[in-house]
Design a protein around this ligand. Structure first.
Ligand code: AP5
Ligand code: MG
Length: 212
């Protein structure tokens, strides 16, 4: 079995874009942001609890997200790409102790100047039908408002937390919490860095080298 990959990266650094491509390499993509948005869409009790928190760009509490993650993965069966978990050192320690323990794991840090991310994020659009990720300036759909992947019409949506004000809060939270996580994986000799400012295909090639 391949190692589990943990993608550590700021909002907009390309975690979801690259994780979707890594599925072709036999990984299973698990995004805590997607799991939480699904709960909001369902209108579940959990969704109602986290909706306001996510719209503000704050973090949902660690135990809630950890429980959701555990309920949705089986680390002995498939190799996962963890996208958006962990977000802080407490989550990194929980992930290790409660889920991964002895499993082979590699953390990949998507290093990027945070200053360029506001533009990426405010121009992001996501297909509400299949989840394909677009960017109005760098990766628009071939036909406006139609998803290239699934053909859905009028399905491209902007996330509620993708406004300039909210992304600034999300970036600040990331900047305040990333260093202890990097130190955690570095101390286990399980950390590699990739330059996430490069074009999508270049980042993907770098990832392919890491996983081979
Ligand atoms: P989550 O959904 O995880 O959002 P995020 O971490 O803020 O990351 P994003 O999804 O915004 O960015 P991405 O890195 O996936 O970039 P993407 O590939 O889309 O979390 C949302 C919220 O949920 C949190 O704020 C929190 O409230 C809650 N939450 C989730 N997990 C939690 C946890 N563990 N604990 C507590 N709370 C949690 O790309 C972005 C754009 O850039 C796209 O338009 C794309 O086309 C473009 N792009 C991608 N790559 C490139 C490239 N190489 N060059 C140019 N453009 C590119
Ligand atoms: Mg994402």
């Amino acid at each position: 079995m391949k190692p589990h990959l943990i993608i550590l990266g700021a909002p907009g650094s390309g975690k979801g874009t690259q994780a979707a491509r890594l599925v072709e390499k036999g990984f299973t993509h698990i995004s805590t942001g997607d799991l939480l948005r699904r709960e909001i869409a369902k209108g579940s009790e959990l969704g109602q609890k986290v909706s306001g928190i996510m719209t503000r760009g704050d973090l949902v509490d660690d135990n809630t997200v950890m429980a959701l993650l555990k309920a949705n993965c089986d680390v002995d069966k498939v190799s996962y790409i963890f996208d958006g978990f962990p977000r802080n050192i407490a989550q990194a320690e929980m992930l290790q102790a409660e889920l991964l323990s002895e499993s082979k794991t590699l953390a990949v840090y998507f290093k990027i100047d945070l200053g360029i991310l506001i533009n990426r994020v405010v121009n992001r659009r996501t297909c509400g039908n299949c989840g394909e990720i677009y960017n109005l300036t760098t990766k628009p759909p071939r036909v406006a408002e139609v998803c290239d992947k699934c053909g859905a019409h009028g399905a491209l949506k902007q996330r509620k937390d993708d406004t300039e004000e909210v992304i600034s809060n999300r970036l600040k939270i990331f900047a305040d919490s990333v260093d202890p996580m990097l130190a955690f994986y570095k101390s286990k000799s399980a950390l590699v860095e990739i330059d996430a400012s490069m074009p999508e295909n270049v980042v993907f090639s770098a990832l392919e080298k890491v996983i081979c």
